[in-house]
Write a protein that binds this ligand. Sequence first.
Ligand code: ZN
Length: 92
Amino acid sequence: MKPSLLPYLRCPACASELALTTEQSEGAEIMEGQLVCVLSGHRFPVRRGVPRLLSDALSREQEKTASAFGWQTSVPRWKPPFAISAGCPTRT
Ligand SMILES: [Zn+2]
């Protein structure tokens, strides 16, 4: 991410400004670092140039699990339009 992006970013937990600490940069691009909330002290990593602004309560893995679980439960169960019984069908 570019440091010029910083004024537009806010802490997802409390909407305060973030401070940027740089661990590795390529030219003007911050590749590895941390965004630290100036008010709550929440920390958000910058990994491979991408700021990861997820709150502590919802890590990347939890989000994956939640979305997968949500997909499973949102698919309606298939119900046959007729009764299935064991054996051969009988004429009525
Ligand atoms: Zn905060």
